[in-house]
Design a protein around this ligand. Structure first.
Ligand code: NAD
Length: 482
């Protein structure tokens, strides 16, 4: 079961004891925990996908692809590479310490806190835990109260697969999280919105605790005209509605295309939506529902904004009882509408038209830096311009969301979309201190670095530091003698 917070220092003091015992540091301990997690993912697949269905009506295949498979791959990759990642990295040493050796030692940080969000509640909880354990830390996971079925499943099953004296689940909402944040952690990884991120950062600052903030933002999709339109439409639709019905941090938030190309793009998007989700998408089993009534009201508010009235060109149906909103397209909504000012995080997709695609870069750059930015084009020139003029957590050309699954790429935001990154080796690094270690020998003792600083010594040291061989040769004999 998860931990109930009763006394003030809980559960950090117990975890600190466990960490101090040194057991989390060994390769064997880390490997055993990771194998336990892998076994849990395999053995509890049905319970996990059932919980995700309860929390979000998440289609089973989506859960399998986005949560089960990605978590499993993360664990398998970490198990495969861990021994190699843990090895100290030899680096060149320095002439002034000759003879010596230098290396970078990966050291666990200690006791870390992971606070996760509701939209991919299994993956976003377990994936950072995999990184924290791989790096040799003791860890607390605080899953989101907005996905209660997955949260309580974690609390029920995880302790029987891992060492629960070092890895704990604390369920709860704001009050429990606030109590956790009062304690001193050695790292906090938070996934969620930027308002709460500021609370996390302020709490962390009191203890000088480093943080990774995995936030969101408005992810733009720029669509050029010289593309495979059918493929682009499918990739946009699946990235938007096929990832939790738009409730994903990297889901397309708005499209920018040219005025002349927009009719073709709109047609292709409508056709694809109908192909994927039928003529009555509200009845589709392949779309998640909106997570709860708060988010349903938030999305309704975005649609009810008078600045977007008359702009819906597809969809727009809502069912409050079932918390469902149909895939919805809007055309040319004003930039000062709520929908263009806030992260949408739901099944609404505005399309903005411009005369020239390069104008789109100014529009994107006028907003906080997004977590992901997408471009569909075959133009090398436009691609280069996009890469060089748009700042975003990550980028993907000619598709959406897939970069998230490449564990060779760091995943994280920049500016308002977050700080720090994880996935693959970057997860290990996120929970590791890179300790620089220089090892000197007693051979090669040179008196020049010690006072008194005679003119000869000065000449010698300057020659060494400037790399001046002639001066060095001239000065070396006298210096060694002094
Ligand atoms: P949420 O409501 O699940 O909150 C996230 C976590 O913050 C929860 O564990 C919650 O208990 C905690 N929390 C909430 N209020 C708090 C408070 N006052 N003090 C301390 N802790 C508090 O999730 P959310 O914020 O609705 O998540 C959606 C946002 O997260 C979107 O902006 C989305 O883009 C972003 N997101 C980012 C990623 C990523 O990997 N970068 C992934 C998913 C979601």
């Amino acid at each position: 079961m998860g931990v109930e917070l009763q006394s003030p220092g809980e559960p950090v003091s117990e975890l600190r004891e466990s960490f101090r015992s040194g057991k989390t540091r060994s390769y064997k301990w880390r490997k055993t925990q990771l194998k336990g997690i892998l076994r849990m993912i395999v053995e509890k697949e049905t319970e996990i996908t059932d919980a995700l269905y309860v929390d979000l009506s998440k289609p089973k295949l989506e859960s399998f692809i986005h949560e089960i498979t990605l978590a499993k791959h993360s664990c398998e990759l970490t198990l495969k590479e861990l021994e190699h990642w843990m090895k100290p990295e030899k680096v060149s040493s320095i002439l002034t310490a000759f003879p010596s050796s230098s290396k970078i030692v990966s050291e666990p940080l200690g006791v870390v806190l992971i606070i996760s969000a509701w939209n991919f509640p299994f993956l976003l909880g377990i994936d950072p835990v995999i990184g924290a354990i791989a790096a040799g830390n003791a860890v607390v996971l605080k899953p989101s109260e907005s996905s209660p079925a997955t949260s309580s499943l974690f609390a029920r099953i995880l302790p029987s697969y891992v060492d629960s004296s070092c890895i704990k689940i604390v369920e709860g909402s704001i009050s429990e999280t606030t109590r956790l944040l009062e304690q001193k952690w050695d790292k906090i990884l938070y996934t969620g919105n930027a308002i709460v991120a500021r609370i996390i950062l302020a709490a962390a600052a009191k203890h000088l605790t480093p943080v990774v903030l995995e936030l969101g933002g408005k992810c733009p999709v720029v669509v050029d005209s010289d593309i495979d339109l059918k493929a682009a439409a499918r990739r946009i639709v699946v990235g938007k509605w096929g990832t939790n019905n738009g409730q994903a941090c990297i889901a397309p938030d708005y499209i920018i295309t040219t005025k002349s190309f927009s009719p073709k793009l709109v047609d292709a998007l409508k056709t694809t939506l109908e192909k994927f989700y039928g003529k009555e998408p509200m009845k589709s089993e392949d779309l998640s529902r909106v997570v709860n009534s708060n988010h349903f009201s938030r999305l309704t508010r975005l649609l009810a904004d008078e600045k977007v009235s008359g702009k819906v060109i597809h969809g727009g149906e809502r069912d409050e009882k079932q918390l469902k909103i149909a895939p919805t397209l809007l055309l040319d909504i004003p930039d000062d509408s709520l929908m263009m000012q806030e992260e949408i995080f739901g099944p609404l997709l505005p399309i903005i038209t411009v005369d020239n695609l390069e104008e789109s870069f100014d529009l994107i750059n006028s907003k906080p830096k997004p977590l992901a930015a997408y471009l569909f084009t075959t133009s090398k020139k436009l691609k280069e311009k996009f890469l060089n003029s748009v700042s975003a957590g990550g980028m993907l050309i000619n598709d959406t969301t897939l970069h998230f699954t490449n564990t060779n790429l760091p995943f994280g935001g920049v500016g308002e979309s977050g700080m720090g990154s994880y996935h693959g080796k970057f997860s290990f690094d996120a929970f590791t201190h890179k300790k620089g270690v220089l090892h000197r020998s007693f051979v090669g003792e040179v008196s020049a670095r010690y006072p008194p600083y005679t003119p000869r010594k000065q000449k010698f040291l300057k020659a060494v530091l400037n790399g001046d061989i002639t001066d060095l040769v001239l000065s070396v004999f006298g210096c060694l003698k002094s």
